[in-house]
Ligand binder design. Structure first.
Ligand code: NIG
Ligand code: FE
Length: 396
């Protein structure tokens, strides 16, 4: 069992208000000791114990690794032309998903794996140490199971999204597709998935269809998540709250009743501002959710159609600039909020016993994540106590 001392931390963000100062629980001039992949000690650097290895944070800010609780990184092909057309004035429709379904079905396993791994590595280099990955571009029994196997090679947070859209071969008989998703496809996918998700939206699945699929998945022991109220008002958020889903994702068009349902149920409101950025849509109103007492998470929604970015720092910058979140609220939503959306206690904050997942910034404060948008501020990343990415000073 080797230990590691992360030393010379100018500002440590614990993401636990009870463990330090202010809303993100900060400690100044701090150090952190890792033992066996977990945080074993946090305190003033002057009284830090010795360890086998030493990593120098060089006076920078250290935060918990980001928890990206919503991504779709297993796919074939790309949709840059669709993005360019949107920027030239065309509207986004969920139908673009079909383009990626065709490319994903045609892609060999090795290509799907290599591309998904490259995106997961890209996210890690930007500080994402816990990542949820969905299927949803296979939409056949074999292709959904294949996509989930690929996702499972990269994370334990795998989500079955057979109900992304109705694939073209079922367009005349959508209820047969719902039966497949809730039946044979679920049987094939459940062993590879922790979660099930449904895109409950006009043009995708309605409330009754979504409920049937979610209840079947819950009966198979999967946790629930819902793509809800992204493109317009709808029943998705209420359904997520009613079924006790861990998270309702997007939450762009909410009624007062939807906001109250999220606050009362404990279903996390996961906001995905990369999608609004990339579809040139209005951003969700985070302030309204926070003021009502809902738990808010920020995630990338990394996918080739609506948000082709893996950058959690970019989500923080958008949330602060465009969604009326304070810097502190955005940092909490990208760490502890994401952990809540995945019902995880071991990640998303730094305290004795948590997994030693940390981001070392080449900046004195977490504020710089929004204050210096687009700048690669991540100096190093630790996951499970191992330095897994970045530039850092280390002596044995
Ligand atoms: O989260 N909302 C549904 N699914 C994706 C979009 C996927 C696509 O256009 O390929 C999303 O935004
Ligand atoms: Fe999504």
């Amino acid at each position: 069992m080797t230990s590691l001392l992360l030393d010379h931390i100018g500002l440590l963000v614990t993401a636990d208000p009870s463990a330090g100062d202010g809303p993100v629980g900060t400690l100044s001039d701090a150090a952190l000791v890792v033992n066996d992949g977990k945080v074993a000690w946090i305190g003033p650097r002057a009284s830090a114990p010795d360890a086998d290895h030493w990593v120098d944070a060089a006076g920078g800010c250290v935060l918990p690794g980001f928890v990206d609780s919503h991504s779709h990184i297993v796919f074939g092909g790309g949709r840059s032309a669709e993005f360019a057309a949107r920027m030239a004035g065309q509207r986004y429709t969920a139908g673009g998903i079909r383009t990626t379904v065709a490319a994903t079905r045609a892609a060999p396993d090795a290509d799907l794996e290599a591309r998904a791994r490259a995106l997961a590595d890209e996210a890690l280099a930007q500080g994402t140490t816990a990542l949820e990955i969905k299927s949803g571009y296979g939409l056949s029994v074999a292709d959904e199971a294949r996509c989930l196997r690929v996702a499972g090679g990269l994370t334990s947070e795998t989500t079955y999204l057979g109900a992304h859209i109705v694939p073209p071969e079922y367009s005349e008989r959508p209820d047969d597709y719902v039966a497949l998703v809730a039946g044979e496809m679920l049987d094939a996918c459940a062993p590879h998935a922790r979660w099930a998700d449904v895109f409950c939206e006009r043009g995708a699945f309605d409330s009754d269809q979504a409920r049937a699929i979610l209840v079947a998945a819950r009966d198979r022991g999967l946790g629930l998540r819902v793509h809800a109220n992204q493109l317009g008002p709808g029943p998705g958020v209420r359904l997520a709250a009613e079924l006790g889903a861990a998270s309702a994702d997007h939450c762009t068009y909410l009624s007062d009743g939807d906001v109250a349902a999220l606050a009362d149920s404990g279903t996390v409101a996961t906001l995905l501002p990369g999608a609004e950025f990339s579809t040139r849509s209005p951003y969700p109103d985070a302030r309204r959710l926070l003021d009502a007492g809902a738990t808010v998470a920020l995630a990338t929604d990394c996918n080739p159609g609506t948000s082709f970015t893996s950058s959690m720092p970019f989500m923080i910058a958008l949330a602060v600039r465009e969604m009326r979140m304070t810097c502190e609220e955005a940092v909490l939503a990208a760490t502890a909020g994401g952990a809540a959306a995945l019902r995880r206690e071991d990640v998303g904050r730094l305290g004795v016993g948590t997994r030693a997942d940390a981001v070392v910034l080449a900046a004195p404060s977490y504020v710089h994540l929004a204050y210096r948008p687009g700048v690669p501020l991540v100096r190093a990343v630790l996951r499970g106590g191992e330095v897994v990415a970045g530039r850092y000073h280390r002596t044995p």
